[in-house]
Ligand binder design. Sequence first.
Ligand code: PLP
Length: 387
Amino acid sequence: MIYADYNGSAPLCDEVINYLKERYEKRFFANPNAIHFMGQQILMTMENSRATLAKLLGTKPKNLILNSGATEGISQIFHSLCYKRENLQRNTILISGIEHSAILNNADYWAKNENLEIITVETLTDGVVNLAQLTSIIEEKKDSLLMVAVMAANNETGIIQPYKEIASLCQKSNIPYLCDTTQLIGKVPFNFDDSGIDFAVTSGHKFGAQTGTGIILSKNPSLLKPFVIGGGQEKGLRGGTQNYIGFETMAVALSTFQEKWKKAEALKEKRAQFENRIKSEYPQAVIIGENSPRMATTTYIAFPGVLGQAVQIELESLGIYVTTSSACSDNEASTSNVLKSMGVTDDIGRGVVRISLGLCSQVEDYDAIGDALIKAYQKLSKIKIAN
Ligand code: PLP
């Protein structure tokens, strides 16, 4: 079996599994908000995890709000910036068309409820947002922009966006910048303080920690408003008893990054071999964003006229698990919003499969995936899509 859907959700990494086995054996549980000894020990362990995460992400522990994941983080940031905003002149949200649905739907929700305008910056055909256009929008609209939301790495294509340049533009014009770093953190080196980003979010399950865990990174947490209101946890910014074991697993998983990152070059080389092999066998195959800066472990590939879902089924019959686009739109044989934004036509857009491995995957996985994909294309290229 080869699991090639790490961008959807990564398996728990070995270090986390070992940590949890020991952790549960110790029966070390209590409410971190209790003032008895056990509670205080748990609190200390949780705060150590926060400190570890902060150090690994290049910031201070006070800038981390631990939560259930990126969707919650994104929702809290939108809520904080859009709900009953003080400066009514700032009524425009600038986003890109390749954002995850959590950003797109929050922008839509707040646009409807607070009477805001959304401007979408264009994405170039190489999958990178048009920085020149973004620069002129910011210049022209700087007094009315309430926030900018452009992601760091795309979940479908793996293409890395110029987030540091965007942060610098936002900083100059004093506009809060929310950068969705869910796909970047744990896969590519990242330093929050150096990035200049105001708000970043991530989910633990994307980098080998437990599901239901996540982080908001905030340059200035006082700009945040509570979204989940309860007993004052997370300095009043997120109520409810903390998922402390989950948070510990994020620290364990992210601590393994430096070691795993050493394998990135080897994975990149093997991915290039794999992609070249497919293209030499099938010159009509299209690799989305082939020449753009991409994460080392993602290939988004189509054979024009062959449905992605059919390819997915063929690969699955050989024990290889991929997706056709983002998990949420898996059941629709339609071109994704991300690909539409890049100007990809339907014959390619309906044919893509996303192969996403992790830094701990075996480089040899690409050989097996290559064999299976060639077999699938051989069979399916004779079958045409009915329009
Ligand atoms: N942002 C990006 C780029 C993602 O890939 C995802 C998950 O697929 C999310 C946000 C939402 O993450 P979660 O479902 O863990 O809240």
